[in-house]
Ligand binder design. Structure first.
Ligand SMILES: Cc1cc2nc3c(=O)[nH]c(=O)nc-3n(C[C@H](O)[C@H](O)[C@H](O)COP(=O)(O)OP(=O)(O)OC[C@H]3O[C@@H](n4cnc5c(N)ncnc54)[C@H](O)[C@@H]3O)c2cc1C
Length: 457
């Protein structure tokens, strides 16, 4: 971008909201995992009109635009792979309305997910999607990645809560999608198309989300198992018994030890794996579900069971689970976290495959994740300065994806394709679907301005 282009950006949003210092550009060149792709500028608009003007100008000048929320993504989505400017929406962070009669919240895209939780819970409501990053991630980023979370097993993922949205198209045209009504079949379902579009089909400027009543009671249980496979089998056992947990998470021994070392929560460091189970709903039903789940976990070899007696103990258990990635990242200089997801019945087989891959390539892998969704995060702990080890890491990643696809799964359960998984997407989708997706992208973004280099290789 030349000085004239920077002048134009400054004119649209104001000089102080166009960042060009090396320190800023370096920071915006990363997301939570990936290699640096430094932008030429960072632009921080405050409303939809400015976004429309910025994208219209980007089309005229053919400058790539990469939308960004909090940058907690794990597939490179918010990183400007092809240069140009980053469009940081975090100044647009107002909760505009909480409509208790219609159970809806209207928010700007930069609202932090946990702030929305706090606001709706204060009036007895719940917004269920709760990615592990929720204290930092934004609703716009959640919609763009169709984020899951710890409660997805019972409540579904972000797309299940997006009723309507306003946005700006890749050519700079404002649009609305969806409706505030419980039912609407008017036209194509653009809302669904936008959910999970990874910042490639539009920039969201306002989002209407569905809310539900806050459950009255919760019960959290931590069960230790001698081996990871036993824990994985217990997951299928719980689902097969007709129990519907609000959350059912897994951490293997590598993860438990890393978390304990980091957080000192008193976790069972000798366990092969732990399952974190939580039921929510009416008090009697919660107690029944928790005790049924405990029986199933014992049948599958659980060697010890810890039932959280109060909210503080419960929060401690969840703190451990939410710290998994950060804790693993302390073990070695580089973490390569994957997102392979399989049908729940294939979880034990997937776990076996990951362990075999770790042994084959002499790699340290910590596995944790949303076991109840079949969504594992095998995290390779490595060192990017070691070329030989990195070559083995690459092979291991390929084999993890192969195993997931062989078991009827998907290469990404929730972190998106970004650029890190673009080469694996055709293996899952096949030629027909890839062609349709490319046709959608080029129809909406003929110049390839919005987030180029993502989803497609
Ligand atoms: C510790 C940790 C735990 C995590 N746990 C989970 C988890 O449990 N479940 C899960 O699904 N993910 C998880 N993630 C991944 C990540 O937090 C999610 O993908 C999240 O939705 C990203 O939100 P963000 O605001 O950080 O978006 P960013 O990383 O800034 O951007 C993500 C994508 O959204 C696009 N985007 C951002 N804002 C907009 C907008 N307004 N309009 C259009 N496109 C936009 C960007 O271009 C990019 O492609 C975790 C990450 C970390 C670091």
């Amino acid at each position: 971008m030349d000085e004239k282009a920077l002048w134009r950006l400054r004119k649209i949003v104001g000089t102080q909201y166009v960042l060009t210092s090396a320190e800023d550009l370096i920071c915006y060149g990363y997301d939570a995992q990936h290699v640096e792709h430094r932008p030429e500028a960072v632009v921080r608009p405050e409303n939809a009109d400015q976004i429309a003007e910025l994208i219209t100008f980007a089309n005229e000048a053919e400058i790539p635009v990469t939308p960004r929320g909090a940058g907690t993504g794990l597939s490179g989505g918010s990183v400007p792979a092809k240069g140009g400017f980053v469009l940081d929406v975090c100044r647009m962070n107002r909760i505009l309305d909480i409509d208790r009669e219609n159970l809806l919240a209207t928010v700007e895209p930069g609202v932090v997910t946990a702030d929305l939780h706090t606001a709706v819970e204060a009036v007895g409501l719940m917004y269920p999607p709760d990615p592990g990053s929720m204290k930092v991630s934004t609703i716009g980023g959640n919609v763009a990645e169709n984020a899951g979370g710890l409660r997805a097993i019972k409540y579904g993922v972000t797309k299940d809560y997006v009723m309507a949205l306003e946005g700006v198209s890749p050519t700079g045209e404002p649009f609305t999608a969806g409706a505030r009504t419980m039912k609407s079949v008017s036209g194509y379902d653009l809302c669904r198309l936008m959910c999970g579009s990874e910042g490639t089909l539009g920039v969201f400027t306002k989002i209407v989300l569905k809310l539900i009543p806050l459950p009255k009671s919760r019960r959290a249980v931590l069960a230790s198992f001698p081996a990871l496979e036993d824990a994985a089998k217990a997951v299928s056992g719980i689902i097969g018994a007709g129990i519907m947990p609000a959350t059912l998470e897994i951490m293997d021994n590598v993860t438990v030890r890393a978390v304990e070392d980091y957080k000192k929560l008193g976790l069972p460091v000798d366990a092969g794996a732990v399952l974190l189970f939580e039921a929510d709903g009416a008090a009697a039903q919660v107690e029944e579900e928790a005790s049924e789940a405990i029986s199933v976990m014992k049948e599958h070899g659980a060697s010890s069971i810890q039932v959280a007696s109060d909210a503080e103990e419960r929060d401690k258990l969840w703190e451990g689970r939410r710290a998994s990635l950060a804790a693993l990242a302390r073990v070695r200089p580089t973490t390569v976290l994957e997102d392979a997801t399989v049908p729940r019945s294939a979880l034990a087989e997937m776990v076996r495959a990951v362990n075999a891959i770790a042994a084959k390539y002499s790699l340290m892998i910590g596995t944790f994740g949303h076991a109840g969704d079949g969504n594992l995060h095998p995290t390779i702990l490595t060192d990017e300065r070691d070329a030989d080890e990195m070559a083995r890491v690459e092979k291991a990643v390929e084999e993890i994806f192969d195993a997931a696809l062989r078991l009827g799964g998907t290469v990404s359960g929730e972190h998106g394709i970004g650029f890190s998984k673009a080469r694996f997407l055709p293996l899952e989708m096949g030629e027909g679907a890839m062609n349709m997706m490319r046709a959608v992208k080029s129809a909406l973004d003929p110049k390839g301005i919005l987030n180029p280099g993502k989803v497609f290789e």
